[in-house]
Design a protein around this ligand. Structure first.
Ligand code: KG4
Ligand code: ZN
Length: 342
C-alpha cells in the first residue's frame, strides 16, 4: 500500500521455495501460489498499514507483462474488490512499477528525479532501456536481443549447480573471485548500439564449463542445495573452487560493464538528467558499487533492496500519478503477457 509520498506497508509472498526444486519458475505452480496467497497478503498489507477497506482510494493491479496465469489471479481479484467496494481500478505496467519504485523513493528522500530521465529495467524477463519525461511518456531506446540480464544470471547459476534464482548467489560469491581471470568478449551489436545481448556470454560460460571436468563440484553444490535450500556463504565457498569463483566474478564483471556502458552511452545520447537502474538485477551489490564509481553523465538512482525485486509497493507507486490524473481503467482491462510500455 502506498500513499502519495510513502509506503504504508509492503508484503511480499515469496514463491522461491515452490519453484526452487525445478531450477526456475513453473508457470502453473506460480498461478496456484498466487491464488493461495492473494487474500491473506492483501489483508496483511491493510493490517500493517493500519487502514480499513473503507479508507482505500483505488486498487492498482499489474496488467502485464508477465506470466498470464499469475496476472489473471491479480486482475480478477482486483476487479472483484473494485466491484464490491465501488473503487476505481488502475492498470499498471510491471516495468512502470519498477521505474516508479525509484521515483517514489527519491522523492521520499527529498531528491528529485530530473527529466528527461533514462530507466534501465534489468530483471529476469527484461533488459529494457527507456527514455521518459514527466508526462510520463516512455520511449524504448534499447533492449536485449536475446536473454535478459537476470536470465543470464539464472542460466549460469543453474548450469553450475547453484540453484534458482542465480543473481543473489553469484552476487554473494563474485567478490571472492578475480574479475579479470576470464576475459569474455563483449557482444558487438549491429544496428541499434543501445541494444544488449547476453546469450553469447552465457554460451561462453557454457564452453568454459565444458572444457573442464566440473562434474564432481557441480554435484557437490546440488547435494548441498538438497540438504539446505538456503546455504550460507561458508557452505557455498566450501564447495566452490577458486577457478569457479574467478569465473563467477568475471561473468558478473562482464554483465555490469555491459549494462553501465550502454546506460552511459544512452544518457549521453539523450542528454538525460537522471538515470534509474531498477528491476531484480538492480539489487546486485557489484552493479551498485560500479555505478557509484563510474563516470556517468548524470546522477544515478537505485531502488532500496526491498523494492528492487518484485513487490506490490512499486505497483502502487506507479499507480499514484494515475490516481491524481483520474486515469482509471474499466472492467475490460485485460491481463496481457506481452504488454508493452512503449
Ligand atoms: O524484477 P524481478 O524480481 O522479477 C522479474 O520481473 O523478472 O527480477 C528477478 C531477477 C532474477 O533473474 C534474479 O536472478 C535477479 O533478478 N536478481 C539478481 C539479484 N537479485 C535478483 N541478479 C543479480 N544480482 C542480484 N543480487
Ligand atoms: Zn520484475
Amino acid at each position: 500500500m502506498a500513499g502519495g509520498r510513502s509506503i504504508l506497508s509492503s508484503v511480499v509472498a515469496s514463491q522461491l521455495g515452490t519453484h526452487f526444486p525445478y531450477g526456475g519458475v513453473v508457470p502453473e505452480l506460480a498461478s496456484r501460489e498466487h491464488l493461495r496467497a492473494i487474500v491473506p497478503v492483501v489483508r496483511l498489507a491493510l493490517e500493517r498499514a493500519g487502514k480499513t477497506w473503507d479508507e482505500l482510494a483505488a486498487v492498482a493491479v499489474t496488467a502485464g507483462p508477465g506470466l498470464v496465469g499469475s496476472l489473471l489471479v491479480g486482475m480478477t481479484y482486483a476487479k472483484a474488490l473494485c466491484f464490491a467496494r465501488r473503487l476505481p481500478l488502475i492498470g499498471v505496467n510491471h516495468l512502470e512499477g519498477h521505474i516508479h519504485a525509484v521515483v517514489l523513493e527519491a522523492r521520499r528522500q527529498g531528491r528529485c528525479i530530473e527529466y528527461p530521465a533514462l530507466a534501465l529495467v534489468v530483471s529476469g524477463g527484461h533488459t529494457h532501456l527507456f527514455e521518459f519525461d514527466q508526462g510520463p511518456r516512455y520511449r524504448l531506446i534499447g533492449r536485449t536481443r536475446d536473454d535478459a540480464a537476470g536470465e543470464a544470471y539464472d542460466k549460469v547459476a543453474k548450469l553450475l549447480g547453484f540453484g534458482y534464482p542465480g543473481g543473489p548467489v553469484i552476487d554473494r560469491l563474485a567478490p571472492y573471485g578475480n574479475p579479470e581471470a576470464v576475459r569474455f568478449t563483449l557482444a558487438r551489436m549491429k544496428g541499434n548500439p543501445l541494444d544488449f545481448s547476453f546469450s553469447g556470454l552465457k554460451t561462453a560460460v557454457l564452453r568454459w564449463v565444458e572444457q573442464r571436468d566440473l562434474g564432481a563440484e557441480i554435484q557437490a553444490r546440488r547435494d548441498l542445495l538438497a540438504r539446505s535450500p538456503c546455504p550460507t556463504l561458508r557452505q557455498w565457498l566450501a564447495v566452490t573452487p577458486q577457478a569457479t569463483l574467478d569465473l563467477l566474478a568475471s561473468f558478473q564483471r562482464t554483465v555490469i560493464e555491459e549494462l553501465l556502458r550502454r546506460a552511459a552511452a544512452a544518457a549521453e545520447t539523450c542528454g538525460a538528467r537522471s538515470l534509474i537502474l531498477s528491476g531484480g538485477v538492480a539489487a546486485n551489490a557489484g552493479l551498485r558499487a560500479a555505478a557509484a564509481g563510474a563516470r556517468l553523465p548524470c546522477p544515478v538512482y537505485f531502488p532500496t533492496l526491498e523494492l528492487a525485486t518484485d513487490n506490490a509497493a512499486m505497483v502502487a507507486a506507479a499507480a499514484f500519478p494515475k490516481l491524481e490524473r483520474g486515469q482509471f481503467a474499466d472492467f475490460s482491462l485485460r491481463a496481457e503477457a506481452n504488454l508493452r510500455l512503449a
